[in-house]
Design a protein. Structure first.
Length: 228
């Protein structure tokens, strides 16, 4: 799997040495001397045109990595956590990456993507600034099955909805699930039929809604600390 971009690649080089297969450099001086010495046997220099080809025209910033494929975490393992973020039909890898980054930074235990059959994990690694490399994640198409399994082991699910109870007024169960709807459609009917409570972010000014990744960050932060 190819990832690219200076920030995410440097994070992977520093924190996930065992996953690095090859380091491709299109510019000199991108790596500190210690990193260069560490990875010297795996470094290959390449021309700009080949870097552009490998990144499919993306902003590679002179560095690309060939790393191990991302391994999904089974739901049986995810169920052992306390705070799970479930994505209901989200497809934009930029938004998903931003949510993964917030979830990892603010203490969620895993992310489950539902309503989709596959996602480009390499793109999510980039858009999460490498956080996905440390965040358990799974794709399971059927959100009803996922929520049923989580409910069976004591989780309470909370769905983000403009008509929900203000999150500022709530305390959350110790084992909790935050469900975030898709960018355009919001929560699906199937998700709504399974969610135990709906929550919302109170707006100070008249405005329709926040971007899903911005709303997700606020909700994740609140649910990470307001536990009854």
């Amino acid at each position: 799997m190819i990832i690219y971009g200076k920030q995410v690649c440097l994070y992977a080089l520093k924190e996930h040495k065992q996953s690095i297969k090859t380091v491709y450099l299109a510019k000199k001086g991108l790596l500190s001397q210690p990193l260069f010495d560490t990875y010297k046997p795996k470094i290959k220099f390449l021309e700009e045109k080949w870097a552009q080809s490998m990144s499919r025209g993306g902003n590679h910033q002179g560095i690309l990595l060939d790393i191990d494929e991302f391994e999904e975490t089974p739901l049986s393992q995810i169920k052992k956590g306390d705070f799970i973020v479930v994505l209901d039909g989200l497809t934009d890898v930029g938004n998903i990456g931003a949510i993964v980054r917030s979830a990892y930074a603010m203490g969620a235990d895993a992310v489950v993507a539902t309503g989709v059959k596959k996602l480009r994990y390499s793109a999510i690694i980039r858009s999460s600034s490498g956080a996905l490399l440390d965040m358990p994640m799974l794709i399971n198409h059927n959100i009803a099955d996922v929520l049923n399994e989580l409910h069976q082991v004591g989780f309470i699910s909370y769905g983000a909805s403009m008509g929900g109870k203000s999150i500022e007024q709530m305390n959350f169960a110790p084992k909790r699930v935050l469900v975030l709807g898709s960018e355009g459609e919001g929560l699906s009917k199937r998700a709504k039929s399974k969610i135990k409570e709906s929550v919302s972010i109170e707006m100070k000014h008249s405005f329709d809604s926040l971007n899903v990744s911005a709303a997700g960050a606020i909700l994740i932060h609140r649910m990470g600390y307001a536990v009854r």
